[in-house]
Design a protein. Structure first.
Lengths: 362, 264, 274
């Protein structure tokens, strides 16, 4: 079942929750709706489910407009953030619910529940009440309940937000495996970019009710289309600079650019965005073009070390594998392997694609 | 709103109107027709005034005693653990299960001249039943649960950390109670007191049994109303009822206001 | 977190409080129960088996049962409307629900006589047209009992209904349940314990109601004499065995209801924990 969202908007009083959102989801895809709290992603999910009616636009399943169909008629599986399990029913009864209201035969229901319980690995917990289950177990029951009636679409609203870190980590991977087995079109909402990047086929980045970027995890991470996406996903260094033809001026130092075929000429204020792992550190100058900097902070994180640097009035953070030990106040030389450039005035627009192996100061 | 809900709403509001609002209007109409004259007439009678005063003293006594013991009881229910605590929680609700007449009767049996405790008091020539002490005991019985039931959940929710913080900062247990605990259970307590007052003022069955209804001595406001009704002085009964109804109304408004404070 | 029970202050507190309860609550109940068996079980049975006593018990139990059932329906409906619907003066009407709790029972009786008595408009109308006496008859008692027990079910159900997460109903919707199915399979089971609690409280209160009934129903044996009024009559005529006998039965019924209530709350807590 494919999903097509076309120019959907939803407002609550004066507050615009969703503003003209459009995207496509192919059959069998696992898509993440990623964005900060309050950006409208949960509202959007509820519109898709039929729990809210959009003010404008259409929700289309397999080419059929769903606008007039209620949540009950859409046959969508929905997993709520706080599970919304029926407290007075056992896990089995919860899972069987969709089939029970469809008045299927007892045998059919029993078989299907049995099947699903094995699928979500809750064998032996069927007779337990939600109050007797852990958070992770409740989440699996909620998922099983949504899947029992074999929906063509599965929607999950921040399914892992209420769980402990370790439980979350294991369930995230498990969700991907589950999806691959069942191959049901799924959309899940999250504010955690790691979850989104780890398991989704495609990420839709949302901010203030609008779509910022749609793409696979690698595309969204390495080629952010605007400043918001770049800074929301992963860590980033933001450097204000000035460009004039081929020359970038950062706080008085100059950098010469190599113009690539698809560059546009631009003059004026710009913003450079550099990922910490794209800043290379060397203990001594590798040549006359190395940029000197001073180490102002060190955070050892096991396999990687975060190094805070100060140069020419700028504060930067670099990320290096912990092969070398850095010291506070040490003088080092940096080179920038890769950065994205955005027009400062309208940081929604990238004016150049990433530029590689640049930036020795001349 | 769905149509089913709307129909239900009309039915429910109709039910409330007939069941609750209509009787209210009955007494308002009575006031209107007889006007303030009957009320003034009533308040001129010394027996009536004494009846209201007696109700006042019984209410005051019940409030003070049951608030103190009720709060103490809340503490040991929430903060202590001991055998039989579950049993204790059941006992608290006991007065709700006892008909007022039986409540009064119990004290007659216990404190009557040949009762287990009564014989001792009789020997000392202290009158319990058919006198104020007996009526106070009966009123204490029926109003017992209110403060406890309101303070316990508030105390439970409030938790012990703040008290521990106070102790660590150097406060004595007494200081902790006054400065930290009491302010936080204040509204729950006040709500319980309001319910106690309402019940004490309105108590009838228990006091009529225990008091003997001796005019000017053991006749409360409610007994006064009953007496006038039985004497076919319906106007007088209504006037007295009006006074109590007005007080109840004020209590009702106070209840709503305090309840909203309690929800914080 | 519980305090160390062996602190002297704690023990004193416990001692004083438990003594108060023992003297005020437990002792009187024990006293009357013992008194009921003063002349042995045979004597107790003799008093209860008197036709007048039996009738009063019978009519009391039947009325209390009717009241409980009616209140379940009206109380749940009222709670539903208060939580789910919007209408003008909602706050005021919500406050009015507590009126029966705040008003003295005898004032209730007077109000009802003023409204439905033979001299009143309604009373006279009913008498002349349907030949139905409201006051001094069963309808009067029913109205009085309905009035004083009305808030119980409402106030028990209301908070539970309020607390119910919207998501539970939405989940049932997405799983394909119709509104009727949602009501019976999801909402009612959640409300059930609170409804039963309210019904039990209504029943218990109706069982022992005195102040309003004695005014509204008079004291006509074999017609409007409920158990509490019968007991009062026996006390007035100094018939202690008669009074204690019926009192004991009433107490036993109320305690049974109380036990049921505590059991429900315990069972409910077991499910909600976690």
């Amino acid at each position: 079942m494919s999903i097509s969202i076309q120019n959907v908007s939803k407002r609550f009083g004066d507050f615009v929750a969703v503003d003209g959102v459009s995207f496509e989801v192919q059959t069998g895809e696992l898509v993440a709706l990623l964005g900060p709290s309050g950006c409208g992603k949960s509202t959007l999910l509820r519109v898709i489910a039929g729990l809210e009616t959009p003010d404008t636009g259409a929700v289309i399943f397999n080419g059929v407009n769903m606008n007039d169909m209620s949540a009950r008629q859409r046959r969508v599986g929905f997993v709520f953030q706080h599970y919304a399990l029926f407290k007075h029913m056992t896990a089995e009864q919860n899972i069987a619910f969709a089939l029970t209201v469809q008045k299927r035969s007892k045998q059919e229901i029993a078989d299907r529940v049995d099947q699903i319980i094995d699928l979500v690995k809750m064998r032996g917990y069927g007779r337990h009440y939600p109050s007797q289950l852990s958070g992770g177990q409740r989440q699996r029951v909620a998922l099983a309940r949504a899947l029992a009636a074999e929906p063509a679409i599965l929607l999950l609203d921040e399914p892992f937000a209420a769980l402990d870190l370790k439980v979350r980590e294991s369930l995230v991977g498990w969700l991907r495996k589950m999806h691959d087995k069942l191959n049901v079109t799924s959309i899940f909402v999250t504010h955690d970019q790691n979850e989104a990047m780890e398991i989704s086929d495609k990420i839709i980045v949302i901010n203030k009710g609008r779509v910022e970027q749609i793409g696979a995890a690698r595309d969204v991470y390495e080629e952010p289309s605007n400043k918001f996406v770049a800074s929301f996903i992963g860590n980033i260094n933001i450097i204000d600079a000035h460009i004039d033809g081929e020359v970038i001026c950062v706080h008085g130092t100059e950098v010469r650019l190599h113009r690539s075929a698809d560059c546009d000429a631009h003059s004026g204020e710009i913003v450079l965005l550099v990922r910490p792992e794209d800043i290379g550190l060397r203990p001594e100058a590798g040549g006359p073009q190395a940029i000197p900097a001073v180490v102002t902070g060190i955070r050892y994180k096991g396999s990687v070390t975060e190094v805070n640097l100060q140069l020419a009035g700028l504060s930067l953070t670099a990320l290096e594998f912990s092969k070398h030990i850095w010291h506070m106040g040490e003088r080092v030389f940096i080179h920038i392997k890769k950065y994205n450039v955005f027009a400062a005035a309208d940081s929604h627009q990238a004016i150049r694609r990433q530029l590689e192996h640049l930036g020795y100061i001349e | 709103m769905k149509r089913g809900d709307r129909i239900l709403m009309v039915l429910v509001l109709g039910w409330i109107a007939v069941l609750v609002l209509l009787p209210l209007s009955g007494i308002v109409r009575e006031v209107w027709t007889n006007g303030l004259s009957s009320l003034v007439e009533l308040l001129r009678q010394p027996t009536a005034l004494r009846a209201f005063m007696l109700t006042f003293w019984l209410t005051l006594g019940s409030v003070v005693i049951n608030t103190i013991f009720g709060t103490m009881l809340s503490f040991i229910l929430v903060r202590h653990s001991f055998r039989g605590k579950v049993f204790l929680e059941g006992i608290i609700d006991l007065p709700f299960a006892v008909s007022p007449v039986i409540a009064g009767f119990m004290f007659i049996i216990l404190f009557g001249p040949r009762g287990w405790l009564g014989s001792w008091f009789d020997a000392q020539n202290i009158k319990i039943i058919y006198a104020f002490p007996g009526m106070l005991l009966a009123t204490l019985f029926v109003t017992f649960p209110f403060v406890v039931r309101e303070v316990v959940p508030v105390l439970r929710e409030y938790g012990i950390e703040q008290e521990e913080a106070a102790l660590v900062l150097g406060a004595s247990p007494w200081q902790t109670f006054w400065k930290v605990t009491l302010p936080s259970i204040k509204w729950g307590m006040i709500y319980g007191i309001t319910l106690t007052i309402a019940r004490a003022i309105g108590e009838f069955g228990a006091v009529i049994v225990v008091s003997g209804g001796i005019i000017n001595k053991t006749q409360t406001a409610t007994l006064l109303i009953h007496h006038k009704f039985m004497d076919f002085d319906f106007t007088g009964a209504c006037a007295a009822a009006m006074v109590l109804a007005a007080v109840s109304f004020i209590i009702l408004i106070a209840m709503q206001y305090i309840f909203s404070k309690r929800q914080v | 977190m519980k305090e160390n029970k062996s602190t002297p202050g704690g023990l004193v507190l416990r001692g004083i409080t438990l003594s108060y309860i023992a003297l005020l609550i437990v002792l009187p109940v024990i006293a009357i129960s013992c008194k009921a068996f003063d002349g042995g079980i045979a004597r107790l049975w003799q008093e209860i088996a008197l036709p007048q006593a039996l009738f009063s018990l019978k009519i009391t139990l039947i009325l209390a049962l009717i009241i409980a059932i009616v209140n379940v329906i009206t109380g749940t409906a009222t709670a539903w409307v208060l939580v789910r619907c919007d209408f003008p003066f909602k706050r005021e009407i919500n406050a009015i629900i507590d009126l029966p709790f705040a008003i003295p029972t005898i004032v209730t009786g007077i109000m009802l006589v003023a409204l439905y008595g033979p001299r009143s408009f309604v009373g006279a109308f009913m008498q002349n047209t349907f030949n139905v006496e409201i006051i001094y008859n069963s309808p009067g008692i029913l109205i009085a009992l309905l009035f004083v027990t009305f808030p119980f079910v409402v106030r028990c159900v209301q908070p539970v209904l309020q607390e119910m997460e919207k998501e539970i109903e939405e989940a049932a919707m997405t799983l394909g349940a119709s509104p009727v199915q949602i009501f019976w399979k999801v909402i009612m089971p959640t409300l059930f314990p609170s409804i039963v609690t309210g019904a039990a409280l209504s029943f218990s209160r109706a069982l022992g109601e005195f102040g309003s009934v004695v005014i509204v129903a008079g004291n006509i044996p074999f017609k409007t004499q409920v158990a509490a009024v019968y007991v009062y009559g026996e006390i007035e005529s100094s018939n202690v065995p008669g009074a204690t006998g019926v009192s004991f039965i009433l107490l036993a019924c109320s305690f049974a209801v109380l036990l049921l209530l505590n059991f429900i709350q315990y069972w409910n807590r077991r499910h909600e924990e976690g």
